[in-house]
Design a protein around this ligand. Structure first.
Ligand SMILES: [Zn+2]
Length: 301
């Protein structure tokens, strides 16, 4: 049986990230490059959004999509820099963000993540010995208890990157990656722009965690900041405020109707008021979202 994590990978792999906000690309190119700030890019395509930071000496990646998308990702990176990739930061454990780890590790790239990401990826590999092994983060920080805050400041090639774990939200190894000088924040799947949220309950996700992470980010994020979501187009602080309002409305709805199922909650929610939060396939649906919001995983065939 597929784990929720692998289901999410399959599900989110199909998202044409930001396609509607950018010029049409030749069909052979599956990766799209958007300049977010000086020397900072968002690369979208199959899998999660990749952050690319070009420092004075080398390149730093935030997430690496899948193993099979690495060649295209490398081509996209080479279109803006010939500097080598030295570091890869994982925002969380899911395979549409960490699938490229193994290939990057083979090229001598140092992989950085929250301790729970390494722990869960290692457990997954031990449980599937016939599957490809390796690509575990070599540099980890944070406590096993995902409610313990953690921060790691990296000074790489003249650029400061702040790796921030506030508490479990989408999963128990969530990292926010802040570039203070560029006013850019990569939020991983704590924020899916244009889609309903996904809460990975078995790995510690919760609606309250998503909301608390978002409230915390809004308390310090500069008004002019650009936000790279885990999936979907690059966003603004205004987009994140709307997302916060949506999470609060959803939480209040669940609390007002204790005992209701996801289907009942979905039917009674004013969905038309939130057109920017879209369903995708059978895994990101209103019923599924509200089921997860009540602390139960939806049943998928
Ligand atoms: Zn995810």
């Amino acid at each position: 049986m597929r784990t929720p994590a692998s289901i999410l990978c399959l599900c989110l792999a199909a998202i044409p990230s930001a396609a509607h906000t950018r010029p049409a690309q030749p069909p052979a190119k599956t990766h799209r490059m958007e300049r977010v700030a000086e020397n900072v890019y968002c690369i979208s395509g199959e899998g999660g959004n990749v952050g690319l930071v070009v420092t004075d000496k080398f390149a730093v990646l935030i997430d690496a999509q899948f193993d099979h998308t690495l060649p295209g990702l490398r081509d996209a990176i080479r279109s803006v820099t010939s500097k080598p990739i030295k570091y890869l930061i994982n925002t969380h454990l899911h395979g549409d963000h960490t699938g490229g780890n193994r290939g990057m590790e083979g090229q001598g790239v140092a992989i950085v993540a929250h301790a729970n990401v390494r722990k869960r990826l290692a457990e997954e590999q031990r449980g599937n010995p016939t599957e490809p092994q390796g690509g575990l983060p070599a540099l980890t920080f944070g406590e096993t208890d995902p409610q313990v805050k953690a921060q790691l400041n990296l000074f790489l090639g003249g650029t400061e990157l702040q790796l921030l774990h506030y508490r479990a939200g989408h999963s128990d190894g969530d990292l926010l990656v802040s570039l203070p000088s560029a006013h850019v924040l990569h939020m991983g799947d704590l924020f899916l722009n244009g889609l309903l949220p996904f809460i990975d309950l078995p790995t510690g996700g919760s609606l309250a965690g998503l909301l608390e992470n978002t409230e915390w980010v809004l308390s310090w994020l500069p008004a002019e900041a650009k936000v790279i979501p885990g999936h979907g187009p690059v966003a603004s602080k205004a987009d994140l405020l709307r997302y916060r309002d949506f999470l609060k409305a959803a939480q209040a709805h669940v609390q007002t109707h204790p005992g209701m199922t996801g289907a009942e909650l979905s039917a009674r929610f004013d969905r038309k008021a939130w057109p920017q939060f879209q369903e995708l396939g059978k895994y990101l649906t209103w019923e599924g979202f509200f089921t997860m919001a009540t602390g139960r995983m939806p049943v998928w065939d």
